[in-house]
Design a protein around this ligand. Structure first.
Ligand code: PLP
Length: 421
């Protein structure tokens, strides 16, 4: 396999990996997380682990604010402001300005809302360009909204190398994910957005696998809309609310279909008829999950303290070490890279392909190395930068080598397929 070339790091010793941890500027962040003992967690690209502060915030929000403060907490504890306050924090991580982002609802819902908003700005165009291999919910949401709108919108599916040609002057908007959920390939946000604008189309970006893993510059790229979740690299907690971004230039007069009372200009006037709030508030719909929002702030705080540049540098280095150690120890065992071999072209995780990927992954998990599996043959390993150590990567590769060489993966219990993979 050309992409599993042996390099100088391929025979790095465990002591040398420990020395890399000593030199790591983000080393102290591991103490901010409450990771179970004996686990090497390589699945932060899917569900980040619990920051200690998140657990404390949930306790405070539940005990002091909900139990004791009761309904007064909407004002006293700032509950009503949370989507905006957290939105402004996310804005700093993704190159947006204050007032351009809220944290509210989920990614799928937010995508529905922002794509409808984008289409309302291009009423004469009917084509939406998407990468068919994207995480399916994005396709499903846009398919559903095309049908619901009933105005003849269609999706033009194009893969990475076909996008340029697909973005023509009949396109209303592109709806693309910057870092691919499976392969981790990175789309050129600045270039594709510029191409869309050149033909009069808008650009909607999904940042689920970008936010917290790498620098994002929405305004630098002149992106129009964006969404993303907070439970992956932002460590916000299971099902934590997602973010939505609307470039300031589109806010005035913008229409979105989920017009609820939280997006009203005067929610507590309880008027009969809808009138949109000024600013980003019009992108809200209804009451938000306050306990989840409270928990999510801790992860945002850590991401901000670490900084996207340092997070990206470490995530890349961890991934590269994994790739190099594999090349040294598992070169002729049938693995192939499912991600770009060049670390600059991939996001925070690595996809490894192997015909026995499923039982390999189950065997790894039974030994405390937690990654995940995507059918038919993809094993995903996430290199989330704030709590992983270089020695964790070293140990994970060693355990994988042992499972493959000892044929431990052939045990019958690793063949049975679980409901969630
Ligand atoms: C994880 C992910 C989602 C998640 O959507 P939910 O509404 O939170 O379930 C959406 N899109 C992409 C590209 C993702 O990677």
């Amino acid at each position: 396999m050309a992409d599993l070339d042996v390099t100088t790091m391929s025979d790095l010793t465990r002591e040398a990996a420990l020395a890399m941890d000593v030199a790591d500027p983000l080393a102290a962040f591991v103490d901010e997380f409450d990771l179970p003992a004996g686990v090497i967690y390589l699945n932060g690209n899917s569900l980040g682990p619990a920051p200690k502060e998140a657990l404390a915030k949930v306790r405070t929000a539940a005990q002091d604010e909900w139990r004791t403060g009761l309904i007064t907490s909407w004002n006293k504890a700032g509950w009503f402001e949370l989507p905006y306050r957290l939105g402004d924090r996310v804005a700093r991580l993704v190159g947006a300005a204050p007032g351009e982002v809220t944290v509210s609802d989920g990614t799928s819902i937010n995508l529905f809302r922002v794509v409808c908003a984008a289409l309302s700005l291009r009423p004469d165009r009917k084509v939406i360009v998407m990468e068919g291999s994207n995480f399916p919910t994005d396709n499903y949401v846009v398919q559903g909204l095309c049908e619901t709108l009933g105005r003849g919108h269609t999706i033009r599916f194009a893969e990475k190398d076909e996008l340029e040609a697909a973005i023509t002057d009949d396109v209303a908007c592109v709806v693309l994910t910057e870092v691919h959920y499976k392969t981790a390939h990175i789309l050129d946000m600045a270039g594709i957005t510029a191409k869309a604008h050149a033909v009069g189309a808008l650009a909607v970006w999904d940042l689920c696998h970008s936010a917290g893993a790498m620098p994002v510059d929405l305004n630098g790229c002149e992106a129009d809309f964006a969404v993303g979740c907070t439970y992956k690299y932002l460590n916000g907690g299971p099902g934590s609310p997602a973010f939505q971004f609307v470039a300031a230039r589109h806010r005035e007069g913008l229409k979105q279909p989920l017009t609820g009372w939280w997006g009203h200009e005067a929610p507590f006037a309880f008027d009969r008829d809808y009138a949109p709030a000024a600013g980003i508030g019009r992108m809200l719909t209804g009451t938000q999950p306050i306990l989840s929002l409270s928990a999510a702030e801790a992860g945002l705080d850590l991401a901000e303290r670490a900084g996207p540049e340092r997070a990206r540098a470490k995530s890349r280095a961890l991934g590269e070490l994994f790739q190099d150690l594999l090349a040294g120890r598992l070169k002729d065992t049938g693995f192939a890279m499912g991600s770009p071999a060049d670390r600059a072209e991939r996001g925070g995780h690595i996809a490894l392909e192997h015909d026995h990927g499923y039982p390999f992954m189950k065997a790894l998990i039974s030994r405390g190395v937690i990654g995940d599996f995507r059918a038919p043959t993809t094993m995903r390993f996430g290199f989330s930068p704030l709590y992983l150590r270089y020695v964790d990567v070293w140990d994970a590769v060693e355990i994988l080598r042992d499972i493959v060489e000892s044929e431990a993966w052939r045990a019958p219990e690793f063949a049975a397929v679980d409901a969630v993979t």
